[in-house]
Design a protein around this ligand. Structure first.
Ligand code: 6PG
Length: 246
């Protein structure tokens, strides 16, 4: 039975503090076992929440980190909608280059006008780190959720939810702008050792209840279930207010 653990904190600041401690432990364990820590960031409010304390962490050996994106908009790196730009400004730039540039792996900027090619190229980027023998096993994938229960760029009722073999696919009609994106698929997300949903604010409280309590399969985030790993929810009390148990 896939394991789900919900951690609720009084404020978004306490969520960020807990994430720093959680990722310090997860990174240390992964590096001890494999010599590296592979992590994927989502966009939206997540990078700011995750980076608040993590950017000043002096314990983690960031030189062993490999940073990917769980999804990305097909826009130039300097575009305000770029998740790469967001994670770079909120987190990577504050680490004073502790992570080797070759281990920071965003969408190929030269392909942002061809989402299908960008997705295929990103899959090759995954192969370059994880190999091509088996589905990537991320140490940690950081996810947000939308009010409709989407996660990454996997939206309710969209065909990308049914992808069973590709690790990265494109979407050109995203209901959440910008319309063209690339996204990890369930085969990769559900193969991770840890998935961490980071959600704050009362606006998502009903959506979280539908996912965690009701297990509403129409919400893409509900279908994130790790047979060999654990799904964590790091939320503030406002977001958790409708949950039956925390
Ligand atoms: C994206 C995201 C997306 C995001 C949710 C939540 O690129 O848009 O990765 O899945 O995580 O829409 O966004 P907020 O946390 O900003 O509400």
């Amino acid at each position: 039975m896939p394991l789900t653990k919900v951690f609720s904190f009084p404020t978004p600041d306490k969520v960020s503090l807990a994430l720093d401690q959680f990722l310090t432990q997860a990174s240390s364990e992964a590096i001890a076992q494999t010599g590296k820590f592979t992590i994927a960031f989502s966009g939206g409010s997540l990078p700011t929440s995750v980076a608040k304390y993590l950017k000043d962490n002096q314990t983690i050996d960031f030189s062993k980190w490999y940073v990917f994106w769980a999804d990305e908009r097909c826009v130039d790196y300097d575009n305000a909608d770029s998740n790469y730009k967001l994670v770079k400004e909120e987190f990577l730039d504050k680490l004073s280059n502790k992570i080797p540039a070759a281990q920071i792996i965003p969408i190929s900027e030269s392909l942002v006008n061809d989402s299908e090619a960008a997705a295929a190229d990103y899959q090759e980027q995954l192969v370059s780190v994880f190999g091509d023998q088996k589905t990537p096993v991320f140490d940690c994938i950081l996810l947000g959720i939308g009010p409709d229960g989407h996660t990454c760029s996997l939206f309710p009722g969209f065909p990308q939810l049914n992808e069973k073999s590709k690790w990265v696919v494109h979407i050109d009609d995203s209901p959440k702008p910008p319309s063209s994106r690339i996204t990890l698929t369930y085969p990769v997300v559900n193969n991770a050792k840890k998935v961490v949903f980071v959600v704050t604010g009362a606006g998502k409280s009903q959506t979280i209840k539908q996912i965690v309590d009701d297990k509403d399969d129409s919400k893409p985030a509900t279908r994130v279930a790790l047979p060999k790993g654990t799904v964590y929810w790091f939320v503030d009390d406002a977001a958790a207010q409708d949950l039956s148990v925390v």
